[in-house]
Write a protein of this length. Structure first.
Length: 68
């Protein structure tokens, strides 16, 4: 639509990139929040005989590496 209205290609590329980055950030944040909730619920829902279930958690080093 913008192309037919005369928008330059550079502006269209910037818009698509900005939308993609925003969508990726929102998806990453939602996934991190859901993972945190799931980790909190896992000991209550998982079987008691599962080894080291109480030590499951999010590793900040791995999380920060994934964000970069």
């Amino acid at each position: 639509m913008r192309l037919t209205l005369g928008a330059p290609r550079g502006r269209l590329v910037r818009q698509v990139l900005a939308e993609s980055v925003l969508l990726g950030l929102v998806g990453g944040l939602a996934g991190t929040l859901l993972a945190g909730l799931a980790i909190d619920l896992l000991p209550a829902l998982g079987p008691a005989e599962l080894p080291r279930l109480d030590s499951v958690g999010m590793n900040t080093v791995v999380l920060s590496f994934a964000l970069v």
